[in-house]
Ligand binder design. Sequence first.
Ligand SMILES: C[S@@+](CC[C@H](N)C(=O)[O-])C[C@H]1O[C@@H](n2cnc3c(N)ncnc32)[C@H](O)[C@@H]1O
Length: 210
Amino acid sequence: MGISAEQRRRWRRYWDRQTHGYDRQMRLMDRVLFKDTRRWVCRRASGRVLEVAVGSGLNLEHYPVQVTFTGIDLSPAMLELARRRAAELGWGVNLRVGDAEALEFDDASFDTVVCTFSLCAIPDHRWAVAEMVRVLRPGGQLLLADHVASTHAVVRAGQRLAELVSIPLGGEHFRRRPIEMVTATGLRIEDHDRFGLGIVERLTARKPTS
Ligand SMILES: C[S@@+](CC[C@H](N)C(=O)[O-])C[C@H]1O[C@@H](n2cnc3c(N)ncnc32)[C@H](O)[C@@H]1O
């Protein structure tokens, strides 16, 4: 499954172009809408951590220093920003180009898998969640945060309209609910929070040990 090589190239070019002004825009979204979500997610990470679609590395400063960190992203330009950020923090991390829909890691190779504000943009988000669960060890934690379908009907109608433009132009979905896929794969939700008219959803889930 997953997207074609041509589609992948298209989205890579798209995200490479987004690097200009990306941090400023996301910092604004963090202040206005996402609030303390990056810290909420990252402080729970432990052991061998994989961040899927790490982008420019805005989460890096929030991880406990003890974790062993690997980050992948489709966009080399985004990864370059993340590398610079890691260097500024003096943090030795493993950052590499990769596709969330086809992770190049063995089964059960991470204690924690993190993905923030990216399942809205990854073309086949179901496949991406399945891949995250595959590389997570039994008993490991999946930590997700994203903007999702609002709990308010009027806002949802606005999100539906916005998608008419945002999906073809930027691959951006506003009405996905990753939590549904997480529970469908058999993970147990341990902590869950939804706010901002139900638009922001963050969760921690654990992979069963058997
Ligand atoms: C909105 S940004 C979020 C970045 C970061 N996670 C954050 O919280 O700021 C979405 C990221 O997803 C990446 N991306 C999109 N599709 C991807 C895929 N199939 N595999 C890996 N990364 C992907 C983009 O390159 C971009 O860096």
